[in-house]
Structure formats: structure tokens, C-alpha cells
Design a protein around this ligand. Sequence first.
Ligand code: ZN
Length: 281
Amino acid sequence: MQKLIITVALTGNVPTKEMNPNVPVTPSEIAEDVNRCAAAGASVFHVHARDKDQKPTLDTSIFKEIAKNIKAKNPDVIIQLSTGARAGKDENDRIKPIDLLPEMGSFTTGSNNLPGIVYENSPYFIKKLGETFGKTGVKPEIEIFELGMINNAQFLVNKGILKEPLHFSFVLGATGSMPGTVQNLSFLTQSIPNGSTWSVAGIGKSEIPLATAAIAMGGHVRVGVEDNLFMPDGSQASNLTLVEKIVRIAKEVGRDIATPDEAREILSLKRENKDRILDLI
Ligand code: ZN
């Protein structure tokens, strides 16, 4: 089996410090959490930006600030910026984080319901964002909430917009989307193009069970307070305690943990793209 890539969804758009004081919100808090989680074994960091009132934002100056803070102490980690819709529905604004040239960016290739919103990704927007990934060489983490989103990703490959190998992240367990069961995870892993890599992001209570299944199946794992605020025993989670739990489980079943450079190899990331984000800061 490949070494295990641990991605941390550090902040997200929904959790606040009132819900869980461990949610990192400011650029320096986010960078400190990266520090702790990288030391524990995480290699990829999925980043959302918040404004001064903790509200989600697509303000690129805040993304830059976060990247600068992260790279100052952890130059080797892989930064993945979000293109999610809760921070603003303007399609051009949602593309801007990719123009900052992070090594990776999130890319949802379809629409679905999430708690309180329609997560809208129109065919037009998917093509435009896909072209931005293609043009910039930023590697998409293709977030899959439903099977049809895999078909859309394959469609972009067929059109020459995205290049294989693809990397998928199965987001399971959100209200209104596919339930977070091992059966669903197994079904999705069998539905992606040969040669793809995959990771699972279980939402809420499904986070640790699905991560455990992925470790056994040879996939990769995303954890973090964006996806789940509690440990399985009901205590408040932090990004660090979630990463530490995954590392313990992986060790128990004999799965080694990937360093950032090993993660780059597994994900076919180009080494020369490692620090492009710093050029724009
Ligand atoms: Zn996210």
C-alpha cells in the first residue's frame, strides 16, 4: 500500500469559536495549527479564509496572509485552497484562490444540497474552474458528494481540460448528500478512473470510521474541524487530536505515514510548483 496522506481541513466555512474554541480562524492561528498537525504527520492542508468577524471570505489578501504564515514555519507542507461557495457565490471570486497558484485547490464537479444551502456548481462554472486548473497546473482535489460528479470529472478529462491522474476526495455524511457508510465509500472507489488516487472526508460522526476504512483500503484521509467538531467519545476535537488519532490507527494496522514530499510523489505534484504561491505574496 502507498503511504498514507493525511489532509487537514483546518477551518472550513461553518464552524466558529463559539461552537468549538479549537477552530483556528486568524492566519496566525491557522499557521500554528499547521505547525502542530505537520509535526504529528499531516502533509496537506485544506485552507479556508475568514474575515475579522470569523465570516467566510474569498479575499485573496487573507489567503496570501495565511499562506505566508504557514510557509514561514513549514515550507514543505502542501497548501490546498478552497473554492467552496459559502464564502461568496460570485464565480470569478471563487476561481481567484486558484490564480494564487497553490499546489492544490478544491474542485466540486457538480451541485448538491448541503445544510442550509444549495451547493451550486453549474456546468459553465465547472468548465471555467476546470480550465483554470488546467491552465495553471494547480492540482485539483476533486470533491465528490455524489456519483455524477465523477462522471463530470471524467468529462473534463475527455475534453482535454483536466489531465490524469486525478485525485478524488469523497465527502460523505453531510445532510442531503450520500450517507457516510463504508458501503458508499467502497462503491465510489470502484467508480473512479484507473490510476486515480483518492481520499475520504467523513462529515461528523462518520469521520473517524470512514478514515479507518480508507486506511485499510489503501486510500488516503482528510480530517479536521471543518468536517467534524467532536472526537468519537463526544469530547471537543482539535485538528491536532484528530490527526493524532489517525496516526495511531494507521500505526496499529501497519500503514506508514507520507511526508509532504512523499505525498507529492503519490499525487503526481510537480516539485517546481511547490513554492509558486510565495511568488505572488
Ligand atoms: Zn473546505
